[in-house]
Ligand binder design. Structure first.
Ligand code: CMC
Length: 429
């Protein structure tokens, strides 16, 4: 909100100064409101949004220097230890923790929406069997808009709520079926009575011949992965969802856009890239040579670094504990891949290259190891991130749509292309 501070822009060519108000949030740095600047005939230039707040939001707060992450004011450490994913979904969507009654009604609402329309299953069959599950998810989630015409009025709060519930409910099912189609397994159905995470494991791994017996420790670890990935403020995919939604596009199309953005290796694709990197390195003896390559910028150390966290990623600390629990449960502490990951982590934390650049392990460095230990195939790591982040995306989308001041997102540019020139007929070129 506005306070009395102002930033004054002065020009060195005699133009009038421009005062710009400084806005204060409840937490975090102050923000200079540069909207008046557009009237001067100039624009600000900030590729990658290094110095730009793209919106006002009340959902998630990150302090990158202190390594803090809050959902609706609650520290991630407390939510990871005391809450569960569905409660976190309610919190992100509604702003408050639910009462027992609200929780029950919410859970029932999600359960009621977890089946997929039978016609949607034909869509899966249009993909090649070897399609990456993220490719299938982009297509199938976008296609949901062709199935739910009854809830596409973005100006109707009830429609927005139903679409949000449908997305949270159906994403695990869609991700699981993308995997099963790839494996040549028959499609599976959700089983109400299981928790959200247990149900996902059941849909992934049950077969018509054999019940999947859910290991509670593994299901809890997965639930924690969902919680840690549920939201992360204005990251690339969330900003993509907001930008797509700012044109009035329907929520299913917007979430499909978010999934597409998340797929990249600098974002949600990093967990998959970590495991591929560990495979590529092979064993601890090869770590020094690999690190030389990182310093020569031949490749990056995947699972390290973050645009906002410059001290530590609080999600990584929680994920490391979960990693320990899961490896203990499965007796995998001597697993060579885990040993290799720990050797990489140790060197990176002590090496001046990483210290100077404030590069620390991020959540994806450990989540890949946990998922792999649970038996989740590498190609499903990013789909799992996508299903967990869906609640964050849809919460941001709903917050934006409900804001009467919403405007279509339309960045400007610094044009450095050709001057105006006349068309040259082909024979004269
Ligand atoms: N390995 C080696 N060097 C790195 C890495 C890395 N993972 N990340 C950054 N650097 C170097 C980079 O080369 C640059 O060096 P110099 O100053 O010599 O040019 C310096 O650190 C600053 O990097 P940057 O690219 O300006 O940082 P950024 O804020 O634009 O990028 C990032 C953030 C996450 C894209 C990047 O750190 C990265 O690509 N990390 C690996 C991918 C990864 O793990 N992503 C998951 C992020 S957490 C999950 C999520 O939120 O999606």
């Amino acid at each position: 909100m506005e306070n009395n501070r102002k930033v004054t822009l002065t020009y060195n060519d005699g133009k009038d100064n421009l005062d710009m108000p400084v806005l204060k949030g409840t937490l975090g740095p102050d923000v200079v409101d540069i909207r008046a600047f557009s009237k001067t005939g100039m624009f600000t230039f900030d590729p990658g949004f290094l110095a730009t707040a793209s919106c006002e939001s009340q959902i998630t707060f990150i302090d990158g220097d202190l390594g803090q992450l809050y959902y609706r004011g609650y520290p991630i450490e407390q939510l990871a230890a005391k809450s569960d994913y569905l409660e976190v979904c309610y919190l992100l969507l509604n702003g408050e923790l639910p009462t027992a009654q609200e929780r029950q009604a919410f859970e029932r609402g999600i359960m009621r929406h977890n089946m997929l329309h039978d016609q949607l299953m034909s869509l899966f069959k249009g993909f090649r069997r070897d399609a990456h599950p993220m490719a299938v998810m982009v297509g199938v989630v976008g296609a949901l808009s062709a199935f739910y015409h009854d809830s596409l009025d973005i100006n109707n709060a009830e429609h927005r709520k139903i679409s949000a519930h449908r997305l949270i409910a159906k994403l695990p099912n869609i991700a699981a079926q993308a995997y099963r189609y790839n494996k040549g397994l028959p499609f599976s159905y959700p089983k109400n009575g299981l928790t959200y995470a247990e149900n996902f494991l059941h849909m992934m791994f049950s077969t018509p011949c054999e019940e999947y017996k859910v290991n509670k420790t593994l299901a809890l670890a997965l639930d924690r992965i969902f919680t840690l990935h549920a939201d992360h403020e204005q990251n690339a995919s969330t900003s993509t969802v907001r930008l797509a939604g700012s044109s009035g596009a329907n929520p299913f199309a917007c979430i499909a856009a978010g999934i597409a953005c998340l797929w990249g290796p600098s974002h949600g694709g990093a967990n998959e890239a970590v495991l591929k990197m560990l495979d590529e390195i092979g064993s601890v003896e090869n770590v020094p040579a690999f690190m030389e390559g990182v310093k020569n910028k031949t490749h990056k150390l995947m699972g390290f670094g973050h645009r906002v966290y410059k001290n530590m990623d609080p999600r990584a600390a929680i994920m490391k504990e979960t990693c320990d629990e899961v490896l203990n449960e499965l007796g995998l502490h001597n697993d060579p891949k885990f040993k290799l990951a720990m050797a990489l982590e140790k060197i990176a934390l002590e090496d001046p290259y990483f210290i100077e650049r404030k590069l620390y392990p991020n959540v994806d460095f450990y989540s890949g190891i946990v998922l792999s230990a649970i038996g989740i195939p590498v190609s499903m790591f990013t789909p799992i991130f996508a299903l967990a982040r869906t609640v964050g995306w849809i919460s941001h989308w709903a917050e934006m749509i409900a804001d009467p001041a919403m405007k279509i997102g339309r960045p400007r540019q610094l044009y450095t292309g050709a001057q105006r020139r006349d068309y040259i007929p082909q024979e004269q070129r």
